[in-house]
Design a protein around this ligand. Sequence first.
Ligand SMILES: C[S@@+](CC[C@H](N)C(=O)[O-])C[C@H]1O[C@@H](n2cnc3c(N)ncnc32)[C@H](O)[C@@H]1O
Length: 234
Amino acid sequence: MPAKLVKTHMPIHTTHIPNVFSIEEGGNTRLVTKNLTPNIQVYGEKLITVDGIEYRLWSHHRSKLAGMIEKGMNIPFKEDSRVLYLGAASGTTASHVSDIVAKGRVFAVEFSARTMRDLIAVCSQRSNMVPIFADARQPGSYKAIAGSVDVVYQDVAQPNQAEIALVNAREFLKPGGYLIMVIKARSVDSTVNPKMVYEQELDKLVEEFNLLDKKVLRPYHPDHLAVIAQRKQL
Ligand SMILES: C[S@@+](CC[C@H](N)C(=O)[O-])C[C@H]1O[C@@H](n2cnc3c(N)ncnc32)[C@H](O)[C@@H]1O
């Protein structure tokens, strides 16, 4: 079925992130990304055309990365960034990252076979996305595919989230490169106060990373802490 396009003359505003804009929609300010693949929807999101350019609506309720932008975090993507995306699921947020790094690459790692089918379909329509069917706890298994990257983006529901970030950063992240990570407190330990879980996970990163920013994603994504850190030049 062809995608439904909405044409509007509403003003559109740039943000600090390439290919991410804000627009007035239904009385609210909403985030959009410039669609790398015009006329193609990824997950039924609304397509909006302004002055002949097509954008995809990006909900901060659905995507933790959009939630971070909504919360005012400084997201270190450039248009040519190479991004290792751990926990890509069916490619919803990863497809917006693909819009953002239009001249770069997104290496999208996922280990659920069922979800992988959807992710492969998304990647087949986007020339800068590479699907990787692998376990993020075993970075050696995709070493030959990904190569060195500017950003590691991590959103995996696993108990050992800091360790997964560290092993992937050591394998792929350039010194001075960035880690964007969502710590899901309930996946680490559902019996402990989320604040303690966040501190415990952040403590594991400090030797190798400088912490730049952290924000709880409430109310959009309760019990999730978003972290942006820069790899030290050791
Ligand atoms: C919260 S979902 C990710 C949602 C996605 N980032 C988005 O915003 O569209 C977490 C995903 O991580 C995947 N995952 C969990 N542990 C993993 C691992 N060790 N290796 C690869 N993927 C993993 C799960 O299968 C799931 O699809």
